[in-house]
Ligand binder design. Structure first.
Ligand code: ASP
Length: 357
């Protein structure tokens, strides 16, 4: 019987070995990929995420609210916070969750940001917004823009696609439009409610020769903001506003000022503020809260409380903040009558509130 020549037998067994080896490599690779896919999925659903939002602080009294109005505010806050939380749960980056959450509030006429923004003395809307990433310490802000539909999107573009931190006025608008953001007429931000607030403020200013931007009752509140802890452990803060009713044109408040109205640092906290902006700028409120955590070792809630309820109260600066740390702890102190606010903590517990309670 013919037997296989030895050298062919060797070749055959070699190619068998090669095939087996290849098969083993493929099997290992498949197992590795499947395993990693499971790991990624479980790290997404297991990762701790949390979010807090505000819709402005000020003289918000239960006595001046109808049940329908209160329900409308609460529903919109719940919608925004739930949307942000589900994005975070599905692994979205913190900056995207902040922007998408704030966009819901900018598009709602209930809040002083985007549609529903307050008027300048001259009867226009000048919008400010900012965002900061606590991991990279990158930040972006726009100030005094009139024709960009979503100021918070413009702020994110400045952060991600420009070498700058803050762009203002026409330069900010040109940059946003070149980058493909939607341009709109300033009047799309109009609402009757804010027009009435402007008329009242102007009448009072004429009588009392009060300064520009002096506020009463519900003439200011409604600025919006969001702070989040994302599934990668980054904390991010964002804020968007129309500013203060009857403000002088060109006035810029704290909301686009990094350190004053918005700040984020993975080593301490992320903060978005609302209130009388001039005080928040002078007292560097958002960064001061983070600094007290970082250098004094205070807890998030102690640091936020000292700044809002001691420092600002002593200075007579009204308003509040939402703040989150890298463990997902949340604090939402305010020294005014109310603050529209909502949060979902790392355990999934939802809070929606307006007054001091
Ligand atoms: N802080 C905003 C500003 O001064 C207004 C507000 O939050 O109500 O522009």
């Amino acid at each position: 019987m013919l037997s296989f020549p030895r050298f062919l037998r060797n070749q055959k067994s070699q190619s068998q070995i090669q095939r087996r080896a290849l098969g083993a490599v493929v099997t290992i690779a498949v197992l590795f990929l499947v395993n990693n896919a499971f790991a990624a999925e479980s790290s997404q659903s297991d990762a701790k995420v949390a979010i807090a939002i505000h819709g402005g602080a000020g003289t918000i009294l239960k006595s001046s609210m109808t049940p329908e109005k209160e329900a409308a505010y609460k529903d919109k806050l719940r919608e925004a916070v739930t949307h942000g939380y589900s994005l975070l749960k599905s692994g979205a980056k913190g900056e995207d969750a902040v922007v998408e959450t704030i966009k819901i509030l900018e598009l709602s006429p209930l809040f002083n940001a985007g549609i529903g923004a307050v008027y300048t003395y001259e009867g226009e809307h000048e919008l400010d917004a900012s965002i900061m990433h606590g991991g990279s310490k990158n930040a972006g802000a726009v100030a005094g823009i009139k024709t960009i539909k979503s100021p918070i999107e413009a702020a994110r573009l400045v952060m991600n696609d420009s070498p700058h931190v803050m762009l203002s006025g026409k330069g900010a608008e040109a940059f946003a439009i070149e980058s493909g953001l939607e341009q709109v007429d300033n009047h799309i931000f109009d609402t009757e409610f804010r027009k009435q607030a402007l008329d009242k403020a102007k009448a009072r200013m004429a009588q009392a020769s009060a300064g520009y931007g002096t506020q009463q009752g519900n003439e200011r509140f409604g600025t919006v903001g969001a702070v989040v802890l994302d599934s990668e452990g980054n904390i991010v803060a964002g804020t968007s506003t129309g500013g203060m009713t009857a403000k002088r044109y060109g006035r810029i408040g704290d909301s686009p000022v990094i350190g004053a109205g918005t700040y984020a640092d993975n080593d301490s906290c992320a903060v978005s503020a609302t209130g009388h902006g001039e005080f928040f700028i002078r007292y560097n409120v958002a960064a001061d809260i983070c600094a007290r955590m970082k250098y004094q070792g205070l807890s998030l809630s102690d640091a936020a409380n000292v700044v809002v309820n001691d420092v600002l109260v002593e200075a007579k600066g009204d308003g509040g903040v939402i703040a989150i740390d890298n463990k997902g702890n949340i604090a939402m102190p305010f020294n005014s009558k109310g603050m529209y606010r909502a949060s979902i903590d790392t355990a999934g517990k939802v809070t929606v509130a307006i007054y001091q309670d």
